[in-house]
Write a protein that binds this ligand. Structure first.
Ligand code: SF4
Length: 280
């Protein structure tokens, strides 16, 4: 079992404004989910969240926007936030998660101090059409290739429990492996009643085995992260995710759902005698 666990915190610097139709996503304006929606989070609030994440052991701090991809305005905003956060919490490793991105845009983010870019494949190429009709899977894959070209660290993963088959899961993991990511965030679908998708049908043992499968099919990844849906999927047994191959988690809140208090995760790691990673 990994002895060192990497903690990451995510910050939705823009929320709930996406025009795309990904069926699992409450940030799409189409589904009218009852969530906070805003164009730009207040910079002081973002800085406070960064300091709080750093003080609770987070190494990564991810600046997330809810849009299909970057445009000039969003790029400028993310770069500005990156600079401001570095001033108050220089220890944090900044990650951007802003959808589809060109090589040029990624180089601009890098210049602003972003170290890694997260863009998930979400599911297999063939199943993707069932969950999103407004953009193709290939655009996701291409953005990940651009990340590799840019020299930023690639973080890419997906989401389980959307109604995909085991074949789809293997196919997604093989596609992820072909991109050689450093970190692989896996999410477990957290149903929102506004979404038409059926609730996540996975059983807990199946979910544990999917962490193992991810580790097995992407052996070169430094980190397998259990991200969204951890509390809901694993409940009281979430400490067992580390035995199954995870060595990274998201602490604090997710994009549109609450996580548990950060100190509870730190207590969990301590009771398991696991160290919080201090550097990548
Ligand atoms: S593109 Fe991203 S933010 Fe937009 S609906 Fe799809 S998953 Fe949600």
């Amino acid at each position: 079992m990994n002895k060192e666990i990497f903690l990451c915190s995510i910050c939705n610097i823009n929320s709930g404004t996406c025009l795309e139709d990904c069926k699992f996503c409450s940030q799409s304006v189409r589904y009218k989910a009852d969530i906070d929606r805003y164009k730009q989070k207040d910079i002081d609030l973002i800085k406070q969240e960064a300091i709080n994440a750093r003080n609770n052991g987070a190494l990564g701090f991810c600046l997330v926007t809810a849009d299909k991809g970057l445009n000039d305005k969003t790029l400028k905003f993310v770069c500005n936030v990156a600079k401001e956060v570095q001033e108050v919490a220089p220890e944090l490793r900044l990650i951007a998660c802003n959808g589809t991105a060109s090589l040029e845009q990624l180089l601009t983010l890098k210049e602003a101090g972003i170290k890694a870019y997260n863009h998930n494949l979400e599911t297999s190429e063939s199943f993707y059409k069932e969950i999103c009709t407004t953009h193709p899977w290939s655009e996701r894959y291409e953005t990940c290739q651009n990340v590799n070209k840019s020299g930023l660290t690639l973080i890419t993963g997906g989401i389980f429990g959307l109604g995909e088959t085991q074949e789809d899961r293997v196919s997604m993991l093989e596609s992820l492996a072909s991109l050689n990511p450093t970190s692989v965030p896996i999410n477990f679908y957290h149903h929102n009643e506004a979404l038409e998708l059926e609730p996540n049908p996975l059983e807990i043992e199946e979910a544990f085995s999917l962490i193992e499968l991810t580790r097995k099919l992407i052996p070169n990844a430094d980190r397998i992260m259990v991200a969204g849906g951890r509390e809901l999927m694993f409940g009281e047994r979430q400490s067992e995710i580390f035995e199954h191959g995870a060595n990274s988690i998201v602490i604090g809140n997710y994009l549109t759902t609450s996580g548990r208090a950060m100190n509870k995760d730190l207590d969990m790691l301590q009771s398991l005698k696991l160290e919080v990673a201090k550097k990548v």
